[in-house]
Ligand binder design. Structure first.
Ligand code: G4P
Length: 523
């Protein structure tokens, strides 16, 4: 029974650079899944650039993202779970963690802009984890780049081989549709935001193709397809599943064009829940006993119901409401009477969940990112990496009467994964590392509003923090001695080097050859 449930699940995230069309594509997928009836029903959870000074707005938007964090729907015989990721780059650490809970990824690229910075960064995580990816080149209704150039760019920038499974006939004003190489049919473009497009089965060499798109475009398409067959090896699902090749689709999310083709192919080829690596062993989804881990904790900002939701990815077995589970880190038995599942904007209580599913657990502070739940086994899941932060500030207490509150607030916010805390070993001061300015502002706001504590930031100019280790104890000690002013400990007590410039870091790497400098906490 479990096996069937596992086989039909597809758990994935859509990643993109802001504005490439992630929200629009998500919405169209939900339309096909019958979760929403009209376009425009899904709120974008991206934080508009103009709102960067309005904390309430940010918090409200983060609040919204609680309900849209996971969207699940049924499509054909499949159960699809989409994990939403924050659009704003200052919260990309959230996205990194979400990527640890998915089995595959769809990357949306703006056909006019090509591969952009954030996509490149997120793809690094997919590569690290060997996550299979499908690429959707969006906005073909606009003038964009030459599709062959785009293919080359995706290959070189995202460092993965590509295999087009659909191919556009022109673009912008002249866009006539795509030829679906995967299904061998022609999809003609009718710009209509609500309707599914017309599909025609035509032989690529037939006169009908000329009639449909015009002789010149038909010939160009034949030429392009010849070239594709010549340049790219035939599509092989296993290379996709091994994360060696990314199938590519073209379309226009806004016009709902090429989206169903993407979804149809996706559910067929995308992996069902994959095994999860724990420190102790590999966990297979089909194992009878339940295991899961917390990859995200979101605060609910509604002041009347101050509670958090912890998101648990089911890795094996069956999650059952009210069943006793072991919270491995603190050794306690926990039961959940109101676990939730998310559907578009609705939340509902569930009785059970299967591998690949995401369960929302009410959390009053018992969870930390990375926590494991089991039926009794001591398991620790790997793979919730922290990345070297890029911005640093000392955090100071601005209200001596509220020291305890501040302490508690900082600890809980760090447990949620809002930012990273380091203790400078030289002066004992607390250092907060983030990837963006917004995170400092959110921390300050939340400390005040949720913990009644006041903090003050003090700038420090640092380039990067990296975790260090070495087999050569003597060299490690020598390094720590030489750099004593720049040594810190992370929350797990590991050694972290605070490099104040790229040059200093390079010199350190050169001078201390036996020391490894890591840019993620997982090594
Ligand atoms: P994001 O979540 O990746 O940040 O992108 P989002 O879907 O919000 O899309 C960004 C903008 O691009 C939106 O326009 C959206 O309408 C537009 N867009 C998405 N897909 C297509 C497409 O296939 N063709 C064209 N031409 N545009 C597309 P906006 O003006 O920023 O927002 P809105 O006011 O239209 O919602």
């Amino acid at each position: 029974m479990n096996e069937q449930e596992i086989q039909k699940r597809r758990t994935f995230a859509i990643i993109s650079h802001p504005d490439a069309g992630k929200t629009t594509l998500t919405e169209k997928l939900l339309l096909f899944g019958g979760q929403i009836q009209v376009a425009g029903a899904v709120k974008s959870n991206k934080i508009k650039k103009s709102a960067t000074s309005d904390w309430m707005e940010i918090e409200k938007q983060r609040g919204i993202s609680v309900s849209t964090s996971v969207m699940e729907f049924d499509y054909r015989d499949y159960k699809v779970n989409i994990l939403d990721t924050p659009g704003h780059q200052d919260f990309c650490e959230d996205t990194f963690r979400t990527l640890t809970a998915v089995d595959c990824v769809i990357i949306v690229i703006d056909g006019a802009k090509g591969v952009e910075a954030q996509t490149r960064k997120l793809m690094t995580v997919c590569r690290m984890r060997k996550t299979p990816v499908i690429v959707f080149i969006n906005k073909m209704d606009r003038e964009g780049r030459d599709p062959f150039d785009l293919m080359d760019e995706v290959e070189s920038e995202l460092q993965i081989s590509v295999r087009p499974l659909s191919w556009p006939i022109n673009q912008g004003q002249q866009f006539k549709g795509v030829y679906n190489i995967y299904e061998n049919n022609l999809n003609l473009f009718t710009p209509n935001k609500q309707m599914v497009t017309e599909k025609v089965a035509v032989d690529i060499n037939s006169a009908e193709l000329d009639d449909r798109v015009g002789k010149a475009d038909a010939d160009k398409l034949r030429e392009d397809l010849d070239l594709i067959t010549g340049v790219y090896p035939d599509f092989d699902v296993d290379t996709y599943l091994n994360a060696e090749v990314a199938p590519v689709f073209f379309g226009s999310a806004l016009n709902n064009f090429g989206v169903q083709e993407l979804l149809d192919c996706f559910v067929e080829i995308a992996p069902s829940p994959r095994p999860t690596q724990a420190e102790e062993r590999t966990i297979e989804p089909a194992e009878p006993k339940f295991t899961g881990f917390i990859f995200k904790i979101t605060a609910n900002i509604d002041p009347n119901h101050r509670s958090c939701t912890a998101f648990c990815k089911v890795c094996s077995g069956k999650f059952v409401r009210n069943a006793p589970y072991l919270h491995v880190r603190n050794g306690k038995t926990v039961r959940f009477s109101s676990p939730t599942q998310f559907m578009a904007q609705k939340k509902s209580t569930i009785e059970e969940a299967y591998p690949g599913d995401i369960v929302g657990l009410p959390d009053n502070g018992i969870f930390k990112i990375g926590d494991t739940l089991t039926e009794g086994e001591q398991l620790h899941f790997k793979g919730l990496p922290s990345f070297s932060p890029e911005m640093f500030k000392y955090i100071e207490n601005a209200d001596p009467m509220k020291t305890k509150q501040l302490e508690k607030g900082i600890n809980q916010l760090m447990d949620e994964g809002v930012a990273q805390l380091f203790i400078n070993q030289f002066n004992g001061r607390k250092l907060i590392g983030t990837v963006g300015q917004l995170q400092f502002e959110v921390i300050q706001y939340r400390l005040e509003n949720e913990y009644n504590a006041q903090c003050r930031w003090e700038p420090i100019s640092l380039y990067k923090a990296c975790w260090i280790e070495s087999d050569d104890e003597a060299e490690l000690e020598a390094f720590k001695k030489r750099k004593y002013q720049y040594m810190a400990k992370d929350r797990d007590g590991r050694d972290v080097f605070l490099a104040d410039s790229n040059y200093v870091l390079q010199m350190a790497q050169q001078d201390f050859k036996h020391i490894k400098f890591h840019f993620t906490s997982e090594f």
